[in-house]
Design a protein around this ligand. Structure first.
Ligand code: ADP
Ligand code: ZN
Length: 436
């Protein structure tokens, strides 16, 4: 089944014409409504009339996460506040979070694109789908939720957290679909096994998994242990949220909703666009967004784009799995964490030396973060060589990390000089999660 064959199976030339028209319109819209873009375009001597086809996209400036931070909170918003009906915020930025405002039309486009994804995963009106992405500022929960309702399936908004209760609901309600992070899916499987609940007592058959990188091995494991087909779902809040691209029955690459989100791959160093098939940084232009449209937004995600005749019948461009990032962003239990953020929390504690190591691991399929940090010599000399002040510092730092970054970390305070010194570039992060 295809939710919107008219768009998802549109012949390439027709799609490019549509994209060109929409690009002209969106450039004109931001030119007249967002001083940031007007200034940029004027500096480059470009007017909306210079953009007549989708090929003209290469003339446009890039937008970066830093631009969003610099214009916090509403500087890049194009629609007047009266048109905004929802605001999400992305976690994990140094300093300012990223604020994204949505108009009623944006929420409609998001819901439709999400319904396209779910339909590709085989979900229909007859399904009951539990949504175990976080509900809140994070786009995962509400994004998937609106898609399920738009499609006409029944949404069970379990959110994250109470895994045992969730399993009970899966069983009692005969839930057939699930949306969550792939690592949470494995945690769910593990908890079921611990509770002695066999997958055959559940009716799960399809899962929408995303918000973090995962691998084919994880897919096989999830499919095997939960007894369902596991599909990839990709998105980012700056562009919309989950729904930007989705796997189909072929489970090889994800179709991009390219009538709304135009993708490009660029070389992250030279910023030159790369041809289809080459790996580089993924860039998106929102073609229809009203709240906060973005031109050539650099996602920092590394992957490739390609076109192929897909057996599912969709003609849209496909993207491969995310192979990494151009920055050092970590995703820990679905929360974006930059090492620099952890560093600034550490350095806000006068007792801590600027010597730390973040150890990321996956235990029982849940990500863990251990922050090892050295106490400053002068504090060590003044009583920090005993347990009590060390324990207190560990508790205080953990509490601060929780309140500032919303992450639960185990803190280990070390004696001065005990963390390994390297000759070359210092290593601040060890990621032990095996994603290969
Ligand atoms: P969201 O709230 O939709 O997760 P964020 O802005 O918090 O959006 O995070 C988006 C980032 O999460 C992406 O840029 C990408 O790095 C990662 N991500 C999301 N979905 C996937 C996926 N299916 N595979 C790999 N990485 C993903
Ligand atoms: Zn397909």
């Amino acid at each position: 089944m295809i939710w919107n064959p008219n768009k998802e199976c549109m012949p390439l030339e027709q799609m490019r014409t549509l994209q060109g028209k929409r690009l002209h319109k969106i450039v004109s819209y931001v030119y007249h409504n967002v001083p940031f873009y007007r200034n940029k375009l004027q500096e480059m001597d470009i007017t909306p009339d210079d953009i007549t086809s989708i090929d003209d996209i290469v003339k446009l400036p890039y937008t970066t996460k830093q631009d969003l931070r610099d214009n916090y909170p509403f500087g890049l918003q194009a629609a007047p506040q009266s048109e905004i009906i929802r605001i999400h915020a992305s976690s994990g930025t140094t300093g300012n979070p990223t604020i994204v405002g949505y108009s009623r039309k944006d929420i409609g486009v998001w819901s439709e694109c999400m319904a396209r994804c779910l339909t590709a995963y085989g979900i229909t009106r007859d399904d009951t789908m539990s949504i175990a992405y976080g509900y809140g500022l994070f786009t995962g929960g509400l994004g998937a939720h609106y898609g399920v309702e738009t499609l006409g399936a029944a949404a069970v908004p379990v959110s994250t957290g109470n895994t045992e209760k969730h399993i009970r609901l899966l069983k009692d309600l005969g839930v057939t679909g699930i949306a969550c992070t792939p690592s949470y899916a494995l945690h769910l499987a593990e908890t079921m096994e611990k509770l002695g609940i066999d997958k055959s007592t559940l009716k799960l058959r399809s899962g929408a998994f995303g918000a973090e990188p995962w691998t084919e091995n994880m897919r096989h494991e999830i499919e095997e242990r939960l007894g369902l087909k596991a599909y990839n779902l990709y998105g980012l809040s700056e562009i919309m949220g989950p729904c930007v691209s989705y796997e189909c029955s072929e489970q090889s690459g994800s179709h991009v909703n390219e009538d709304h989100f135009f993708p490009e791959i660029i070389d992250p160093d030279t910023l030159e666009p790369l041809p289809l098939g080459q790996t580089g940084e993924l860039v998106f232009t929102t073609l229809t967004k009203e709240g906060m449209p973005l031109l050539r937004y650099r996602t920092r995600d590394l992957c490739c784009l390609y076109r192929e005749e897909c057996a599912c019948g969709r003609t849209s461009v496909k993207m491969g799995r995310i192979l990494g990032r151009t920055d050092d962003m970590l995703i820990i239990r679905g929360i974006n964490v930059f090492p620099s953020q952890v560093e600034s929390v550490i350095l806000s504690m006068p007792e801590c030396a600027p010597r730390y190591l973040l150890v990321v691991d996956r235990v029982n399929n849940l990500d863990t973060l251990t922050v090892q940090v050295e106490v400053r010599q002068e504090y060590f000399a003044q009583g920090f060589d005993t347990f009590e002040p060390i324990f207190k510092l560990e508790r205080d730092l953990a509490a601060k990390l929780r309140s500032v970054l919303s992450i639960n970390a185990k803190v280990e305070v070390k004696q001065p000089g005990t963390l390994e010194r390297s000759m070359g570039k210092s290593k601040f992060v060890i990621d032990k999660r095996q994603l290969k």
